[in-house]
Design a protein around this ligand. Structure first.
Ligand code: ADE
Length: 230
């Protein structure tokens, strides 16, 4: 079984690359893919670059070109849920696209015909995450993560996303990865550590906490890789 691990930014995969062995680097489609091993498991690791289109390209490549059987996403997010603090971990039970809008035709926000507003993540992988969290005494939030091609640094936009999608956190890739994995029938899982609160301080907080929060997420993902039984 081959496990894909993707992030959006170099900072989100660098902590993974520090711990893996037997690395082979492949350049493909203007991106770098690292085939590697961790505790006897075969991995393919890549960062996509920011946003839904790049993330969809990378997820599809990990599955179609590299033959990955499941996909784990590791990275950072802006908090919507006021209980989420910098460095806290959240797993998505479902993902939606907050910037997808054909409401002019009577459809709900985030919906296009033949799609779904919210795509569920794999329940086995969520259970693996809960097991790792319980063993390590880590509090893991679970909820909807909203994705869009916008860095949200605005309390009004954040409240709107919270209200329309009942979302707990937001970021810029998860739902596009969900669309790809769902269509290709590959189990997937999205983990994020909080880097900011998507408010007026978000830009500053993101720059300050990107590295430390990305590491929190990456370390957790490696524990999950070890725990995955397949
Ligand atoms: N990822 C981390 N913080 C974010 C924010 N505020 N908006 C969008 N994506 C993010």
């Amino acid at each position: 079984m081959k496990i894909a691990i993707m992030g959006a930014m170099p900072e989100e995969i660098e902590p993974l690359l520090l711990h893996v062995e037997n690395v082979t680097k492949t350049e493909y489609a203007a991106n770098t893919y690292y085939e590697a091993e961790y505790k006897g498991k075969e991995l393919v690791i890549a960062y996509s670059k920011i946003g839904k289109v790049f993330a969809a390209l990378t997820a599809a490549t990990l599955i179609e070109k590299f033959g990955c059987d499941l996909l784990l996403f590791s990275g950072v997010a802006g908090a919507i849920d006021p209980d989420l603090e910098i460095g806290d971990l959240i797993i998505a039970d479902g993902l939606c696209q907050h910037d997808l809008d054909i409401t002019a035709f009577g459809h709900p926000h985030g919906y296009v015909p033949e799609g779904e507003v919210c795509i569920a993540t794999d329940s086995y992988l969520r259970d693996v995450a809960k097991g790792v969290a319980a063993r390590k005494g880590i509090v893991l939030k679970e909820g909807i993560i909203a994705t869009g091609d916008q860095f949200v640094a605005n309390a009004e936009r954040k409240s709107w996303i919270a209200k329309i999608f009942d979302a707990h956190a937001l970021e810029m890739e998860g739902a596009s990865v969900a669309v790809v994995c769902n269509a290709l029938e590959v189990p997937f899982f999205i983990l994020r550590a909080i880097s900011d609160s998507a408010d007026m301080d978000a830009g500053f907080d993101f720059d300050t906490f990107l590295e430390s929060s990305a590491k929190v997420s990456a370390d957790f993902i490696l524990d999950m890789v070890e725990a995955i039984e397949k």
